[in-house]
Design a protein. Structure first.
Lengths: 549, 377
């Protein structure tokens, strides 16, 4: 598809170039004529002359028109030659012939007469000069000028754009110019040109161009904006193609957004899943671990601002990750040793006690940092967005979060699979009393698991701080969702959590456009309640006798 | 003595009846008299403000009773009790909205203000009938009961229990909160239902109406308490306790665990709905905030503080915690959440049987009491 349009585009260039070259050879005389036409009395005539001159697409016109709007365009009384002047002392002007760019020396103001402009003309010139930015030396400014033209298209600018296109060497700018030209040509007088433009636009399949095509099909008084039915049909076909592409892009966009939402959920839920798996307790303060992680990102950021040179500021996120892990992990360890271990075998009481702890932590953070949102800035390498193709852009931080969460989960999986601690952890998950009788210090495994789970939640908080504001209620908004992930995926299962998080994230994003964010969430909650009818222990249930206990 | 009377009397021990009757006299007679009859100048006068607060506590106590029934006796910790409370409240709120009639800001004879504001042309079907009080009372019990029945049927049938059930019930109340926040639901969205004028023709802003609501709430609390006592003393109540202590064994013995739980869960929901319906006219507003998961989980701490599985403990806990809340949010709002959080931790760690349990174990240590108990035995 893309290849085809590029080919078409290249072909159109090779055909167009010799023609325009030939045209520009004859332009020398045309430019001089156009210049001479400026030298008239009536402002209406001058306006027509300005448009004609601009229509030639000759870059030399820029200086002339600039001079005219500044009151520095004159004609020589002796031969009527139009010249651009520069002030060179009292009543003295340094004049130049704009056609040949030849300096004609300093003359007295008595030998010249001004070609005056009024406000209306100055405004006209400003618009015309804007089009001439297509010939600017800076590529970005050329592209910006073309995009500007597309916003307020008019048929008058067609020659200018096509002239600019032939001179353009930058491929990105060429593409924009070609698009702009086609958009402008939709307003051309010649139906053949219009039809060609519609077909050209159809080949681009760019969602941003849809409005231009749709305009053709609008009713205009008694008829359509576009009088020719063939062109209207072609436009309708083109719109349909664009619509299909938009639908396709939306799917991709929702998929990526869903995956990025899912990876945040994954970071939030995975700690919950392993502590639930190992210890059979639900940690209602888990959301507050996320909050603690986010606040440590905030504190590290402030410390970097305060004490380190600004060049290093971008690295604060890197420093915040271990800081958040350690802080949240330590808090988790303290909670386990100080409270939860006394409540073994009483999961409902643990749930209530950890809820109490979450209230205390929230209020503590509120007292320390205030109840308002705190802003954590994106460092430069996490800010901005990349455009995959026109109409499909992703912010960089979301892509980083996806990668980051996958790395964290991979590390965790490796830890559980290959380390001694991971082995003990899995043993306790499967059968606590058997593990204890084999000499595993279950108490220590519990404490470390809890610390690990909390630490990962803390890391999740750092990731979250990059996409949303940091507030004391941050954890609360995630707790129900993370529980749903765990319930859906299956308790104590790493894979279940991964699948659960991503599918919940994606389903949420896909439901959003149809039903709105809130209704989408309700639907997901109801769906999960119904889902666990079929599989009460989640998608990836642990099997075996121990799992029943 | 007829058998019915006999069973009624057997609900409580003699001492229990003494306490119940004593408290009933104090709260049903003395409080209204102190408010209505004793002149405001007297030091014994009770301001209406306090009566209203007590009335609110009565509703909370009913709500706590409903949770104690399902958690304390059947071992199912529902973190969604606020959903039923809120639904009952909304049903009553809808009735009072309809009672406003054309006295609203926009003066529409049928549509409540927020519907006029949203440019709705006619009353949604689910608002029909709420202009009749008997229908409202029916709905106050039916809607929460139906939700609990469906939800409980889905949950208990597939043997979802323990923490799983708690989390799912919390998700349910969370979903309700999100749903009721939406304007399209037709329940006033974010603002909920408010600006009530009167109830059954009694002006809600008058002191006598407030005291009347207080008396009704107190009487309902006593009635609900006796109903709960009746249930837990029945054979069904024993099965409930057995399920709490050894669910599998009860199942092996041939009892239907799911239906027992379902019955008690539905009954608890109906009770919570009644509590909500009594609560709303006293505070004058119902909004989706009542469905906040935090509110539902707070009910669990009332019950835990008072003592689970005692019924009386739930009432005591509701009064104690809400009393502390009123005190702290007035005196030092910053400290309240610290205190509430600490309460969750301390009660679960050190007072597994709550205040009532702690008191009775204290009493058992007194030599005189032990002698008397042995004599009775």
């Amino acid at each position: 598809m893309r290849l085809f349009s590029a080919l078409l585009f290249a072909m159109s260039l090779t055909v167009a170039v010799p023609e325009v070259r030939a045209q520009s050879a004859s332009d020398g005389a045309a430019f001089a004529d156009g210049l001479a036409a400026l030298n008239t009395k009536g402002f209406d005539d001058k306006a027509a002359a300005i448009n004609a001159l601009a229509g030639l697409g000759d870059p030399r016109a820029v200086d002339v028109l600039q001079a005219m709007s500044e009151g520095l365009l004159f004609y020589r009384k002796e031969d009527g030659l139009v010249v651009v002047a520069k002030e060179a002392g009292r009543r003295q002007y340094d004049i130049t012939d704009p056609v040949s760019a030849e300096n004609l020396g300093v003359v007295s103001s008595r030998d010249l007469r001004k070609i005056s402009a009024n406000n209306r003309l100055r405004q006209l010139i400003r618009g015309v000069l804007g089009q001439f930015a297509l010939l600017d030396e800076d590529v970005d400014r050329r592209i910006a000028a073309a995009l500007d033209l597309m916003k307020s298209p008019s048929a008058e600018a067609i020659p200018l754009v096509s002239a600019a296109l032939t001179q353009e060497e930058d491929p990105a700018a060429q593409k924009v110019f070609q698009t702009t030209l086609s958009v402008l040509e939709l307003r051309a007088d010649d139906p053949a040109t219009r039809l060609q433009a519609v077909e050209q636009l159809a080949s681009f399949v760019d969602p941003t161009l849809k409005t231009h095509l749709e305009r053709l099909l609008l009713h205009n008084g008694d008829g359509f904006v576009e009088p020719d039915e063939g062109i209207r049909n072609a436009a309708a076909v083109a719109i349909e193609r664009i619509d299909r592409r938009i639908a396709y892009l939306t799917v991709i966009e929702n998929l990526v957004f869903g995956i990025s939402l899912g990876s945040v959920l994954l970071l939030a839920a995975i700690g919950l899943a392993i502590t639930f798996g190992v210890m059979g307790v639900i940690n209602m303060a888990h959301g507050e671990m996320i909050m603690i992680g986010a606040y440590s990102a905030f504190v590290v950021q402030q410390a970097f601002r305060q004490f380190l040179p600004p060049e290093l500021f971008g690295f604060y996120v890197v420093a915040a990750v271990p800081a958040a892990f350690l802080l949240a992990g330590t808090v988790g360890l303290i909670i386990e040793r100080g409270c939860i271990r006394f409540l073994y075998g009483r999961p409902l009481e643990t749930l209530l006690a950890t809820w109490g702890i979450s209230l205390i932590l929230q209020q503590a953070v509120r007292s320390l940092f205030g109840a308002n949102n705190r802003e954590v800035a994106n460092p430069a390498w996490l800010a901005g967005s990349i455009e995959i193709t026109s109409g499909l852009t992703f912010t960089v931080n979301r892509l980083y979060i996806i990668a980051f969460s996958l790395i964290v989960v991979a590390l965790l999986a490796a830890l559980m699979r290959y380390s001694r601690f991971g082995l003990n952890m899995r043993a306790v998950t499967q059968n606590r009393s058997m593990a204890a009788s084999m000499g595993i210090a279950t108490g220590r495994v519990d404490a470390l698991t809890f610390g690990l789970g909390s630490g990962i939640a803390g890391i999740g908080g750092v990731a979250l701080s990059q996409i949303s504001n940091v507030s004391p209620n941050l954890g609360q908004s995630f707790i129900v969702d993370s529980f749903m992930v765990v319930v859906f995926g299956g308790v104590g299962s790493l894979w279940g959590t991964i699948v659960g998080a991503f599918s919940l994230g994606i389903v949420n994003k896909f439901l959003e456009p149809f039903s709105g964010a809130i209704l989408g969430k309700i639907i997901v909650l109801i769906a999960i309640i119904l889902f666990i009818q079929k599989r009460p222990r989640g998608l990836f249930a642990l099997r075996g006798r121990a799992a029943e206990a | 003595m007829s058998p019915v009377m006999g069973r009624l009397v057997a609900l409580e021990s003699r001492r229990g009846w003494q306490v119940v009757c004593g408290l009933a006299v104090v709260f049903l007679l003395v409080v209204p008299i102190l408010n209505q009859v004793v002149p405001p100048s007297s030091p014994f006068h009770m301001p209406t403000f306090w009566v209203v607060i007590l009335g609110k506590y009565m509703c909370f106590a009913i709500l706590a009773l409903s949770l104690d029934l399902i958690w304390g006796y059947a071992g199912v910790l529902s973190l969604g009790q606020g959903a039923f409370f809120g639904l009952g409240g909304y049903a009553m709120g809808m009735y009072m909205m309809r009672q406003i009639g054309d006295r609203g800001v926009y003066g529409d004879p049928v549509l409540p203000d927020f519907m006029v504001f949203l440019n709705w042309k006619e009353l949604p079907w689910y608002w029909q009938g709420f202009d009749m009080f008997w229908f409202t009372v029916l709905m106050v019990m039916l809607v929460p009961g139906l939700l609990a029945f469906v939800f409980g049927w889905l949950a208990f049938r597939s043997r979802i229990s323990g923490v799983y059930f708690s989390i799912i019930s919390q998700a349910m109340v969370f979903a309700m909160m999100l749903a009721f926040f939406r304007n399209e639901m037709g329940f006033g969205g974010n603002n909920g239902l408010t600006d009530f004028k009167d109830l059954l023709g009694f002006n809600l802003s008058r002191d006598s109406t407030k005291v009347g609501l207080y008396v009704v709430s107190t009487a309902t609390l006593i009635l609900v308490y006796l109903t709960c006592r009746f249930v837990v003393r029945s054979k069904l109540g024993r099965v409930m306790v057995a399920i709490r202590d050894a669910e599998d064994r009860v199942r092996f013995l041939g009892y239907s665990v799911a239906w027992t739980k379902l019955f008690i869960f539905t009954l608890a929901a109906v009770i919570a709905g009644i509590a909500g319906a009594l609560y709303v006219p006293q505070v004058g507003i119902i909004n989706p905030g009542e469905f906040a998961p935090a509110k539902s989980i707070e009910v669990a701490v009332w019950v835990a503080v008072g003592g689970r599985g005692t019924l009386f403990g739930a009432i005591a806990g509701a009064f104690a915690v809400n009393g502390a809340k009123s005190f702290f949010t007035g005196a030092a709002p910053e400290i309240w959440l610290f205190f509430l959080g600490a309460l969750f931790v301390v009660v679960t760690l050190f007072l597994p049987k709550g205040i009532i349990g702690a008191l009775s174990s204290l009493r058992r240590r007194l030599p005189g009491v032990r002698q008397r108990e042995t004599k009775v035995a």
